[in-house]
Design a protein around this ligand. Structure first.
Ligand SMILES: *Cc1c(COP(=O)(O)O)cnc(C)c1O
Length: 228
């Protein structure tokens, strides 16, 4: 083939294959995969290859990208903490969002009530990477308490983000801290948290090593699928 201009060739078969491999590794461990589409701006054909590979959620940091994925019958997750000014659009295009600020969650709840929806929240806990999440346990409890009063949102789980800003790598030790916080919330507020979202592609090695703590049941994977 003569290439007359720079081109990026994407092998959809390989994306599907890579997805099947990581989904297989994760599912065997009881972990469901959110396929992260931001690296290709939510291009629907590439997302289709991921969906065919068996992901359970579609996740992106931008609403513009999630919008392009609206035809897929999978839950959509917004990865980046939403702006309050975008609350309406978040509820419109995403079913789930990662959050750590109660002001934002209140705005999401109001937007959800107005749209007669129920928006799902994964509360982020910071295990030292400092990109996002609630840092202190006391603040975590206070946020949960306020969140539970809101009618438009449902707390479905807790999550963390690592290997991003501060370079903190996921380990059995820091992920166990996340699980402890989960159990603490459950017993304090007498509820069940369905999701423990343990991180991005940098956490996969723990499964291969056999040291992924039991209870981590979701990973958000982009790089490991796209690059293999
Ligand atoms: C981009 C992103 C991911 C995916 O990271 P990969 O390293 O590509 O797997 C996961 N979680 C969040 C919050 C992200 O922003």
């Amino acid at each position: 083939m003569i290439m007359s201009y720079p081109q990026l060739e994407i092998s959809l078969d390989k994306i599907t294959h890579n997805t099947q491999v990581v989904v297989g590794i994760c599912n065997r461990q009881g972990i469901r995969v959110a396929g992260v589409t931001k690296v290709f701006c939510g291009h629907p054909e590439i997302a289709r290859a991921m969906v065919d590979g068996g992901i359970d959620f579609l996740a992106d940091s931008r609403l513009e990208n999630l919008k392009k994925l609206r035809e897929f019958p999978l839950p959509k997750m917004l990865l980046r903490l939403p702006m309050i000014s975008q609350a309406k659009a978040v509820v419109e295009w995403a079913d789930i969002s990662l959050n750590s600020e109660i002001e934002t969650i209140i705005a999401l709840s109001e937007a959800a009530i107005a749209q007669r929806k129920s928006h799902e929240i994964i509360l982020m806990f910071d295990l030292g990477d400092l990109r996002e999440g609630i840092f202190y346990e006391k603040e975590l409890f206070r946020t949960v308490e306020q969140l539970l009063q809101l009618k438009g949102v449902i707390l479905i789980g807790i999550g963390t983000n690592m290997t991003c800003f501060g370079g903190v790598i996921p380990t059995p030790k820091n992920l166990s801290r996340l699980l402890r916080q989960k159990r603490a919330i459950e017993s304090r507020f007498d509820l069940h948290l369905e999701v423990v979202s343990g991180g991005n592609s940098s956490a996969l090695y723990l499964i291969e090593e056999g040291s992924m703590p039991d209870g981590i049941n979701q990973l958000r994977l982009g790089e490991s699928i796209v690059l293999g």
